[in-house]
Design a protein around this ligand. Sequence first.
Ligand code: M6R
Length: 364
Amino acid sequence: EKAGFEHFMMKEIHEQPKVVQDTLNSVLKDGRIDLAEVGLAEDEIKDISQIYIVACGSAYHVGMAAQYVIEDMARIPVRVELASEFRYRNPILDPHALAIVISQSGETADSLAALRLCKDHGIRTLAIVNVVGSSIAREADNVFYTLAGPEISVATTKAYSTQMMASYVLAIQFALVREQITEEQYTGYIKELQTLPEKIQRIIDDKERIQWFASKQANAHDTFFVGRGIDYAISMEGSLKMKEVSYIHSEAYAAGELKHGTISLIEDGTLVIGVLTQPDLYEKTVSNMVECKSRGAYLMGMTTFGNYNIEDTADFTVYIPKTDPYFATSLAVIPLQLLGYYVSVAKGLDVDKPRNLAKSVTVE
Ligand code: M6R
């Protein structure tokens, strides 16, 4: 059942090119996005005043990345909230807003409660869900099914990647309908999405390099993932992967926040992972990495092929294929999934069932 892999997590990492492609194909018709099955009509898209994205854990991290893409591309205000906070804080809800609830299982108690809260306020709800017929899928007004297939490993990988794809599709369609992008940009973005599966595959093919690096990190106590903008959202997911399967304390920081407190934690040899996929923010994050280095940090830098001057700063570098900066999350997350996985294996831990965790959190 693990198809020759030692763990489900690795099997699911390898399934990503296919399931990301499947999820994209499910909403493409003659090369264009068709949300008829999801049930979102153009007039409804035009009327959206703002978007609330509500989720937990990795699904929340998808929301964080999606926020940057949707706001920038479609110019719709987006708020991303942890379901467990949102539901208890008596939020002020705009009746013309769209609530997007993201959940692999469709059974997460807090996400379900948040969905019900939105419905009680008469707000249209769209669920991005993997499990067909799950509670969230049944109760939402609209459902965008991710086609990740059953995900067994507690640490999500392929569901996350398909949720990202669903988010891009929504962003692009919203942007077109609301006339924020040209027809040429629209077809260009769809074309770029089509290239992601093959690029993800290329990163997976290079996994031994990450394995080598991971084997050296098994004794690490603290790890910091830093980035700006979309790279910050990617850092959050990388950090969660690290702590959940490898039991190494790790934190994600917006790189610009380091000097507001966190940098005092950097000691000789502390591992700092800089995520640098966004061209506009590249130099800024490099300066933050230099600051960490001068306090003794051991630096891993992840950026796109071509940015070779990262080697002046980082002790270890990982390059990912070029894509549109909007879609970089889908590529940059792969080495970070592999890193968490290989550190866990190097430590001899239970990769697929980390201690204290459940696949689906159905209690509040
Ligand atoms: O089933 P859901 O997507 O609603 O689950 C949300 C989180 O519990 C989940 O993403 C969790 O954070 C994962 N174990 C992360 O790998």
